[in-house]
Design a protein around this ligand. Structure first.
Ligand code: AHM
Ligand code: MG
Length: 342
């Protein structure tokens, strides 16, 4: 797996801007537009992190449409995050079209602004139901090249591309610190926001998901609703724990956060289909595909239980999917349980 274009000596400080520029060297044909787009997303991450720290109280005291104690209109943080990303990207001339988990339809670039060649899909604030409890949440994004004709308004087809066509993907987690993790197909790199200088600094270069599992992550409250294969697989994971070693269970309920831990520690995150959600809960285009791309770039794997998530072309923009993602061995094992028992 490639590391960054210029070897980074320990003690060297690398900003996200410089790192993205260095990555561009792998693509001599690059015009710099993708580089700028990724940098815009890092900026969106900084703005959302700042809004979260300021707006936390407003969020807890009010819902969208309410008036806060200062008499100001309160905006829910998921809506605020959605508007931040949209408003930062609709006028830059880099995008043909956008789609967000928060919008029923695709988001067209306003007629007064130029259109570009990229397509941006995002979940602005994944796990937002956790905000009320001061728990980590995240932003997830996917970037494609448009398939529609240049210099026209982007289309739904631009947004319905399989993960194999991804140009870049990543996520931002807002936790004890804010982290930006991305890949352009040359490995996975993570940056931690230094709030005192407002810069993302390279903290996790060329992340590789450990093969040895540390955690499994699933909402086990739904156990009785799962298929036999998923139940037996989960029991198998529990049996891996012995007197001398353990695979522990961790579940935040914010996928970006649960995935981030899985990526760094090794293990599996899964959200199966169940009797009340036969299609699963997570969104293929906004959540499963970008994180499966990151997992694969880090040596892991993302599956819907039967096949590689990256090979599935979404049929509609809000399509849901079961998801099993993390260390390759654990994900292929759940596929074999599903094949055998379901
Ligand atoms: P959201 O996009 O509305 O926030 O929903 C997705 C979230 C994921 O982050 C998380 O994995 C899942 O919902 C948790 O669901 P549950 O509460 O059923 O375990
Ligand atoms: Mg989500």
């Amino acid at each position: 797996m490639a590391s960054s274009a210029v070897p980074i000596k320990s003690g060297t400080i690398v900003t996200i801007e410089r790192h993205i520029l260095e990555q561009q060297r792998y693509h001599p044909e690059a015009t710099g537009v993708l580089t700028s787009l990724l940098y815009d997303l890092a900026l969106a991450g900084k703005m959302i992190a700042s809004q979260m720290s300021k707006a936390g109280l407003a969020q807890i005291l009010g819902k969208t449409g309410d008036v806060n104690i200062q008499g100001e209109q309160v905006m829910k943080l998921d809506k605020l995050a959605d508007e931040t990303i949209t408003n930062l990207n609709d006028h830059t001339g880099r995008l043909a079209v956008m789609a967000s988990e928060e919008h029923e339809d695709i988001i067209h670039i306003p007629d007064k602004y130029p259109v570009g060649k990229y397509v941006l899909l995002f979940d602005p604030l994944d796990g937002s139901s956790n905000i009320d409890y001061n728990t980590g949440v995240g932003t997830i994004f996917a970037i494609y090249q448009r398939v529609s004709a240049e210099n026209t308004r982007g289309t739904m087809e631009d947004c319905l591309q399989p993960g194999r066509k991804l140009v870049a993907a990543g996520y931002i987690v807002y936790g004890a610190s804010t982290m930006f993790v991305y890949s352009t197909g040359e490995g996975v790199h993570g940056f931690t926001l230094d709030p005192s200088i407002g810069e993302f600094l390279l903290s996790h270069e060329d992340i590789r998901i450990p093969a040895n599992p540390t955690y499994y992550s699933v909402n086990q409250g739904y156990f009785t609703r799962w298929s036999t294969g998923v139940q037996k697989y989960t029991q198998h994971l529990q049996e891996l724990t012995s007197e001398t070693s353990a695979i522990s269970m961790r579940y935040v309920g914010s996928m970006a956060v649960d995935f981030h831990r899985t990526l760094l520690a090794g293990g599996i995150f899964y959200y199966p289909a169940d009797t009340s959600k036969p299609e699963g809960k997570l969104r293929l285009a906004y959540e499963a595909i970008p994180l499966a791309f990151i997992a694969e770039q880090a040596g892991g794997y993302g599956s819907n239980g039967n096949r590689n998530i990256l090979d599935i072309k979404p049929e509609n923009i809000h399509q849901r999917t079961p998801l099993y993602i993390g260390s390759r061995e654990l994900v292929t094992l759940v596929e074999s349980y599903i094949k055998k028992y379901d």
